[in-house]
Design a protein around this ligand. Structure first.
Ligand SMILES: [Ca+2]
Ligand SMILES: [Ca+2]
Ligand SMILES: [Ca+2]
Ligand SMILES: [Ca+2]
Length: 378
């Protein structure tokens, strides 16, 4: 880059930064906080006395840029604020509050040195907070105190431009900036919708929904377990979530769910309600597998049925070391024996049995080996 294009680049960069700052100011949402530098916006309401006019003082602030100086008892300025919606607001003003020997010298509580009001609303009660000594002045003059004057939860009944007045009831008062914060509770968020369940098992299920709000703090899920009535299941699902897994369900249960969103303004209506039926557990495994009536062409398997919720039994066979295969999966519930008619003479057969239902198979029983005899030649 040559010198000229560097110059243009820097100039353009400055311009871009300026544009970014302007767009930040114009997109600022008073729902959080708005800061107004008094020197940028003030109007002179009253200029009295002999100490001088109200003026922007670029050298008297501690760290926050220029301030406006009110030189006489009776000097008064105003600042216009756009209040976009009715509600409650906190006002705070950063002011010179004392000399180096008295941190509250210019505070209303001690000397009534400032007077704050809004046109149409009269005087506002401000109280002082957080006095700090100015480092800038400390170096030159031993420091002066600055502090925050605050009026909390001022009710403003209509939106629009409000004219905020600051009047000096003493001499040499300095005002830096004002912050306005909307402290109204937000509107209740919009209710979530499309509540549905997925991944339902005997011990857990997932709830899914559509998040319709952009101002919720959290979601609240209520559950009605097996007709016992709705109870809050959780209220700590974070904002913008669209799913939640309930790991506290049991097998064969019937659960109703509904969900709402919530913020400091309150709780939304509930979503649609859903009913979710959890699945069964897999049945208990059969045991004590044994064989009887072993011949060269058939043998009988016997076992203990340990379950009351199986749909069927599954028998697996490993014939002569070829590996386990399902011999049959259609042995009826509550059976305790099965005859294998597909064995051959001189065979070595391993067996194992399991019960099963819609949740899946049980563990296997013990394994047995049955050796079939030779066919006797006549
Ligand atoms: Ca004056
Ligand atoms: Ca300022
Ligand atoms: Ca949201
Ligand atoms: Ca059974």
């Amino acid at each position: 880059m040559n010198n000229l294009s560097t110059y243009k680049y820097l100039k353009m960069k400055k311009y871009i930064v300026l544009l970014a700052v302007i767009s930040m100011i114009y997109s600022f949402n008073i729902a959080t906080a708005q800061r107004i530098e008094i020197e940028d916006d003030y109007q002179v309401v009253n200029n009295v006395g002999s100490n001088g006019s109200l003026y922007v003082d670029y050298s008297s602030n501690n760290s926050n840029g220029a301030v406006v100086r009110l030189s006489d008892d009776g000097d008064e300025l105003s600042v216009s604020i756009n209040i976009p919606q009715s509600g409650t607001y906190d006002f705070s003003v950063w002011v010179r509050c004392g000399s180096n020997g008295n941190s509250t010298r210019f505070w209303p509580t001690s000397y009534d040195s400032y007077e704050f009001s809004i046109e149409g609303m009269g005087t506002l009660n401000f109280t002082g907070n957080v006095g700090t000594i100015s480092e800038f002045f400390q170096f030159d003059f031993g420091g002066v105190y600055w502090g925050l004057m605050e009026a909390k939860n001022v009710s403003i009944s209509s939106a629009g431009t409000k004219v905020f007045h600051i009047k000096s009831n003493d001499v040499w008062l300095l005002v830096d900036y004002m912050e306005v914060t909307n402290t109204s509770p937000p509107a209740t968020p919009t209710a979530p919708s499309n509540l549905a369940a997925s991944n339902v098992s005997s011990s857990s299920l997932q709830l899914n929904w559509t998040d319709n709000s952009n101002d919720e703090d959290n979601f609240v899920v209520e559950r009605n377990a097996n007709g016992g009535g709705y109870l809050e299941l959780t209220s700590t699902i974070s904002a913008n979530s669209t799913s939640y897994t309930d790991n506290s369900v049991s097998a064969n249960g019937s659960y109703q769910y509904r969900i709402a969103s919530k913020n400091t303004g309150g709780q939304s209506a509930f979503s649609n309600e859903i009913t979710v039926n959890t699945t069964s557990n897999a049945p208990a495994a059969p045991s004590s597998l044994s064989s009887s009536n072993v011949s060269s062409s058939s043998l009988q398997l016997n076992w203990t049925d340990n379950s009351n919720d199986e749909d069927n039994f599954i028998i697996e066979r490993n014939a002569n070391g070829a590996g386990y295969q399902v011999l049959t999966s259609s042995v009826a519930a509550n059976s305790t024996s099965y005859t294998d008619n597909s064995v051959s003479a001189d065979g070595s057969y391993e067996y194992r049995v399991a019960s099963a239902n819609s949740a899946g198979p049980s563990a296997y029983s013990n394994v047995i080996t049955a050796n079939t005899p030779s066919v006797k030649s006549l």
